[in-house]
Structure formats: structure tokens, C-alpha cells
Design a protein around this ligand. Structure first.
Ligand code: ZN
Length: 187
């Protein structure tokens, strides 16, 4: 009944920022990774992975990379009980046109996320010849959105809008740490 908000954040395939849900950078440091006013109640969510074994491997690697940072924990959920769905789509048209991945979040009006859905757009990833590690970086980027991170202008950030080469940076980890120390709604 209180699920109202739906925001979209995409990862562009080319160096074109489509500007979906990109908020102004308000962190003091110019190279700091920006984050949304929204977040999960705790830096811990349950997830399920759907897709072919290759894509599941990509998602597992990305989950592991974020869990290793110690600032956020993705815990395997069940079909009946999970907060985040990690899945794939072959769509290439409309809002999916030349995106590598996309994340949808649903939340309470008070700013807490209730659900997130991440899609790797597998047909585009193949068409643009993304390697396995490129795909892991896309998954890490989308998981970043699912936690509340936004696009960074820092060329080393995993949250760079057209990222396919960067893993999780120190600034990205610091942003997650800060996001979950600050109350929801505060930047
Ligand atoms: Zn993005």
C-alpha cells in the first residue's frame, strides 16, 4: 500500500549520459561517489538470481565483490522471501536501447527501499562484445544503484555512467559506508 516510488537508473553503453535519475553531486569531495536520499533500512539485503549459468556467475562475482568491502551484505534469499531480484533481459528497444544494465527500485514514501530489480541486458552485452569481467563491472555498477549509489564523474569509480572497465573503488566503498551511517533522506 505504501509502495509508490519507482526510479530508474541505467548504465549507458556509449559515452552518452542519458540522465535518468541523476541527482546533483552534493558530497563535499568532487571525486566522492554520490548517493541517493533513499536507502535500505540496513546495509544488508536478501537476493535471488535468475538467468543462464553464465549470467548467474557474473552476478555471483559482483555480489562477492560488494560483500568483500565489508560495508554492505547481499545474503541469498528464497523465491518467496527476497528484496533484490538479479535477472536478465534480451530487450534492446525503448528504454533498454543500448543500455548494458538497468536497476529499478521501489520504496516507501519515507525513503526506504522495499524492493529492487536489476537487469543485465544480455543481447546488448553480446552485441557490444562485453567480456566476462566487463559484465561483472556492469553488475557491480547496477548493484551500486540497488544500494543507493548514483553516477560518479570520477573516472575510476564503478559508478561511472558508462563503466565497463572499473571495479569498486575506495570512493565507492566510502560512499556506501556514509550512506548507511547517515539517516535516510539525508545526503
Ligand atoms: Zn548507472
Amino acid at each position: 500500500m505504501s509502495r509508490k516510488r519507482r526510479t530508474k537508473l541505467g548504465l549507458t553503453m556509449l559515452a552518452v549520459l542519458i540522465g535518468l535519475g541523476v541527482a546533483p553531486m552534493t558530497n563535499a569531495n568532487a571525486s566522492a561517489t554520490p548517493f541517493a536520499r533513499n536507502r535500505w533500512p540496513k546495509p544488508r539485503v536478501t537476493y535471488v538470481i535468475k538467468g543462464a549459468s553464465y549470467d548467474r556467475r557474473v552476478y555471483h562475482a559482483a555480489v562477492k565483490a560488494w560483500n568483500r568491502t565489508g560495508q554492505f551484505k547481499f545474503v541469498a534469499g528464497t523465491a518467496a522471501h527476497h528484496q533484490v531480484t538479479l535477472s536478465t533481459s534480451n530487450a534492446t528497444t525503448g528504454e533498454y536501447y543500448h543500455l548494458a544494465g538497468i536497476t529499478f527500485t521501489t520504496g516507501y514514501p519515507n525513503g526506504y527501499y522495499t524492493k529492487a530489480k536489476v537487469l543485465l541486458l544480455t543481447r546488448n552485452l553480446r552485441a557490444y562484445r562485453y567480456s566476462y569481467s566487463n559484465e561483472v563491472h556492469v553488475a557491480e555498477h547496477e548493484l551500486g544503484h540497488s544500494m543507493g549509489l548514483q553516477h560518479s564523474k570520477d573516472k575510476h569509480s564503478v559508478m561511472l555512467a558508462d563503466n565497463r572497465y572499473n571495479g569498486i573503488s575506495k570512493a565507492d566503498v566510502a560512499a556506501v559506508k556514509l550512506r548507511y551511517r547517515l539517516p535516510v533522506g539525508e545526503l
